[in-house]
Ligand binder design. Structure first.
Ligand SMILES: Cc1cc2nc3c(=O)[nH]c(=O)nc-3n(C[C@H](O)[C@H](O)[C@H](O)COP(=O)(O)O)c2cc1C
Length: 368
């Protein structure tokens, strides 16, 4: 029904308008009492056996909503009821900002891809927290934080600290976004001394917050797919050094793999969806080798079905997230991925996702 009816209607509108429409519809629907239960009954179904403990958090299933769709924290309940194991909200910046001007999302339909250059439009941290109170929270929530575009890179740490302190009591984990290609200079935070300094001060703040609030909230760093081997190794070393709790791989790419001549391919921005899939899986594979399984990986990039999800998991991802796949395949994709993963467990004769993954990964590595 989604692909035959809903998607063609949504695709009549510009991508950003369709996005706003979905958020508004979900928000309005949730004013009707009992709607959550109904959505959950129709969409989520019974997902058994897929719970997994990562970063000390019990995820009911490994399929999460990637950052960027619910930037302002207005639809947590709606997305959670669709069957996601958790939702990642944001990116939220300390202060309100509009993001980049003009048209900033492009659908590349025949490639099942999107190019976006949104540039972190954000209501700012205070309004974001008010939204969470106003519209409610449900399930497991990651909050993805970034810096304001007007903050120079030399003062970026202050923005991340400010955002982290504010969201700390409201998040199950906090994602540090240093990989959006649409905020000038942001990706410089992934390199050398910049990353070392940022992670060092966020880790110190995590210790302070844990002591004062008596509650540990894990930190996950979100990285780009456009990294060479040395850069990736250096990030992995810094993550291990500072005992960061997870890495999210990956954000969108500034390259245009195999689609140089596609409509909109020359638009500036980050590319997501199918053409990103192999690239992000390769980053996960290399990252897993560097991290040696000591730090969990959340895999994201171009997942459109259970096989794509499984490929990322065998490459090293413990959890996966979707965004562009949801736009092209619809919310039924969440259940299809979970069902596909359940089938893998059944045919492996296992009742634990973690055990099945460990086995599959060691098999692959022995074969190499
Ligand atoms: C329109 C759009 C907006 C996005 N905004 C954010 C964002 O605010 N923060 C972030 O960390 N990632 C953002 N992303 C990146 C996604 O979270 C994800 O990492 C990327 O799209 C790859 O996954 P996919 O191929 O399943 O979409 C955005 C992606 C899209 C398409």
């Amino acid at each position: 029904m989604y692909k035959k009816l809903i998607r063609p209607i949504l695709f009549l509108f510009s991508a950003e308008f369709a996005h706003k429409l979905i958020i508004r519809l979900l928000r309005t629907a949730y004013m009707v009492p009992g709607i959550g239960m109904l959505v959950r009954m129709v969409m989520a179904g019974q997902i058994k056996k897929l719970s997994i403990n990562i970063m000390g958090i019990d995820f009911p299933n490994p399929v999460g909503l990637a950052a960027g769709l619910d930037k302002n924290g207005t639809c947590t309940r709606g997305f959670s009821d669709l069957g996601f194991g958790w939702v990642e909200l944001g990116t939220v910046t300390p202060k309100f900002q509009k993001g980049n001007p003009g048209r900033r999302i492009f659908r590349l339909e025949s490639d099942h891809a999107i190019i976006n250059r949104m540039g972190f439009p954000s209501v700012g941290i205070n309004r974001f927290l008010m939204n969470l109170r106003l519209f409610g929270k449900k399930g497991i929530i990651g909050i993805n934080i970034g810096k304001n575009s007007t903050t120079p890179i030399s003062q970026a740490n202050d923005d991340y600290l400010m955002a982290m302190r504010a969201v700390y009591p409201h998040a199950h984990y906090i994602a540090i976004n240093i990989s959006s290609p649409n905020t000038t200079g942001l990706r410089e935070l992934q390199s050398g001394d910049n990353l070392d300094s940022l992670l060092s001060c966020l880790k110190q703040e995590q210790i302070v917050q844990t002591q004062t609030r008596r509650h540990y909230v894990p930190l996950a760093v979100k990285i780009a797919p456009d990294l060479d081997d040395d850069e990736l190794k250096s990030i992995a070393d810094t993550v291990l050094k500072h005992k960061i709790d997870a890495v999210i791989a990956t954000n969108t790419t500034v390259t245009r793999p195999g689609m140089e001549n596609a409509l909109y391919a020359t638009e500036n921005g980050g590319l997501s969806g199918k053409p990103l899939k192999a690239m992000s899986t390769e980053i996960i594979r290399k990252l897993y080798n560097h991290l040696q399984g000591k730090v969990p990986i959340i895999g994201v990039g171009g997942i459109e079905n259970a096989t794509d999800a499984w490929d990322k998991m065998v490459a090293g991802a413990d959890l996966i997230q979707i965004y562009t796949g949801l736009i092209y395949e619809g919310p039924g994709l969440i259940r299809r991925i979970n069902r596909g993963l359940e089938r893998r467990l059944r045919s492996a004769g296992s009742s634990s996702l973690q055990d099945t993954l460990n086995e599959a990964r060691s098999g692959i590595r022995l074969m190499r």
